[in-house]
Design a protein around this ligand. Structure first.
Ligand code: 5GP
Ligand code: SF4
Ligand code: MG
Length: 452
């Protein structure tokens, strides 16, 4: 999911906060395409518009005109826990003892069952299956005689998991990042106004500048008087999601001081050092494989060509919830350029293999277009384990690398050879050690216990 929030001290018109949030979410659309929503506060009341679909399908100019107020938060969602339906859309807006509150969450709690049980004994009822509602209930409970940031501080002591949370009260914007910094969240500034966003690319889009990342375990409160910070938990380790760099985030974002494009390009270079394939050209599976393919081509001294063309009007196929839709999606999305690949030995670089659907189809496509050899090169290690921290690879039996070894996968996708990036090379590309990152989907070493 993607979150964006803004507090305007200086503004020209009443809809500026909502409009800026709209553009911010537009820039974060890759983080979720199932639903979108924007909530604004005018100081005494919170208004909300949300629905299923892309941000441009959900929020029309007429809606923005009605979303008046100087504070705003927004959310784009794809389901990880909770079903893909309208009750699970965000932001969640509710009344509590001290007024109204809006909540937008990226990530996934790993102790929801326990929390839900505990809350139920106090009489809480739940309308949705999403963990965001659990957070809302916790907040409501703890805020009875506390300020919202105190309630939030207690809340994040209870909530285990990965979260980048935005909370908007009638007059405050609050952001918090989980103690290990699994999910990203950064702070930006625009003409003296503060912004919180999942990725820095959203700041660029609205003309803001990146100030810094929210620290793991830090709560930031933005109000009339500016930005206040409170470090609530000091975790002994960090666990930034490495998959953000591999696939999820935009290459033009910088997360925890590492630019995503440069990280991917370096992974490609490392990969070329690890493989030694005799071929005529390097191509990428656009767009997610392109940065690493460029790094590969550069390091291997081979030409980079555009052998596959992408239909720009088709979204991320993976994000479609069913397998049938995913398969149709690949064909809709990618096509080989026969004039480029015919008669050639090809190294094809993609960022990752999840189910193998994409690679299998593309290898077939390239062969039909006349490629004589297709070598599949993957700029990450085999994805063997599910993610419990908010990235949708949740069903383990679907991960091809959890049931097949590399030779079997090579056969399944029909490639002449298959190479994955090693764990060591991946960390080398990040210029950092293993314990800075979460890489559980590759290693199975989860930085935090998961409730069964
Ligand atoms: P596969 O067809 O193997 O299931 O998916 C591989 C393709 O999906 C790759 O091109 C990769 O860019 C993309 N992909 C990998 N992981 C994810 C993910 O968690 N979410 C989405 N939406 N796409 C992914
Ligand atoms: Fe990211 Fe993988 Fe860890 Fe999930 S398991 S947070 S996708 S590195
Ligand atoms: Mg891809």
């Amino acid at each position: 999911c993607g979150v964006f929030g803004i507090f305007l001290n200086e503004y020209e018109d009443d809809c500026e906060a909502a409009r800026t949030t709209f553009y911010g979410l537009y820039a974060l659309q890759h983080r979720g395409q199932e639903s979108a929503g924007i909530a604004v506060s005018n100081g005494h009341e919170i208004q909300l518009h949300k629905g299923m679909g892309l941000i441009t399908e959900v929020i029309k100019p007429d809606h923005i005109k009605k979303l008046k107020g100087r504070l705003s938060i927004g959310h784009v969602r794809y389901s990880t826990t909770g079903m893909s339906n309208v009750v699970n859309t965000q932001p969640l807006v509710f009344h509590y003892l001290n007024g109204m509150l809006a909540l937008a969450h990226n990530g996934n709690l790993v102790n929801t069952v326990e929390l839900r049980k505990r809350l139920a004994t106090y009489g809480s009822v739940f309308q949705t299956t999403s963990d965001t509602e659990v957070v809302a209930n916790l907040l409501a409970r703890y805020s009875q005689d506390n300020k919202i940031e105190d309630a939030l501080a207690r809340c994040i002591m209870d909530a285990k998991g990965a979260f980048a949370l935005l909370i908007m009260t009638e007059d405050r914007l609050v952001g918090v990042r989980d103690p290990m910094g699994i999910r990203p969240l950064c702070i930006g500034e625009l003409n003296g106004n503060y912004i919180l966003a999942s990725e820095s690319a959203a700041l660029d889009t609205v003309g803001a500048t990146l100030i810094r990342d929210v620290n793991p375990g830090e709560i930031v409160v933005i109000d009339q008087d500016g930005l206040h910070s409170r470090q609530v938990i000091d975790s002994p380790r960090r666990a930034h999601c490495i998959f953000e760099y591999i696939y999820f985030a935009r290459p033009d974002s910088t997360i925890d001081q590492v630019n995503v494009y440069q990280a991917r390009r370096e992974m490609g270079r490392q990969l070329a050092r690890e493989c030694n394939i005799d071929a005529d050209m390097v191509i990428s599976v656009p767009d997610s494989g392109t940065s690493s393919a460029l790094g590969y081509a550069e390091e291997a001294g081979l030409p980079f060509e555009e052998g596959l063309m992408k239909n720009r009007y088709v979204g991320r196929t993976f994000i479609q919830p069913t397998q049938k839709m995913r398969e149709l999606g690949v064909k809709l999305k990618l096509n080989a350029i026969e004039e480029v690949v015919c008669g050639k030995r090809i190294i094809m670089v993609d960022d990752s293999i999840v189910r193998g659907t994409t690679s299998k189809k593309i290898v077939q496509m390239l062969r039909e277009a006349g490629a004589t050899e297709v070598h599949m090169v993957v700029a990450s290690p085999p994805t063997r384990f599910p993610c419990y921290y908010g990235i949708d690879t949740s069903r383990r039996e679907e991960l091809i690398a959890s049931t097949m070894d590399e030779t079997e996968i090579e056969k399944f996708i029909g490639a002449d050879s298959l190479h994955y990036l090693s764990m060591e090379a991946m960390f080398a590309a990040m210029k950092s050690s293993e314990d800075t990152f979460c890489s559980a989907c590759f290693s199975g070493k989860y930085p935090m216990e998961i409730e069964t």
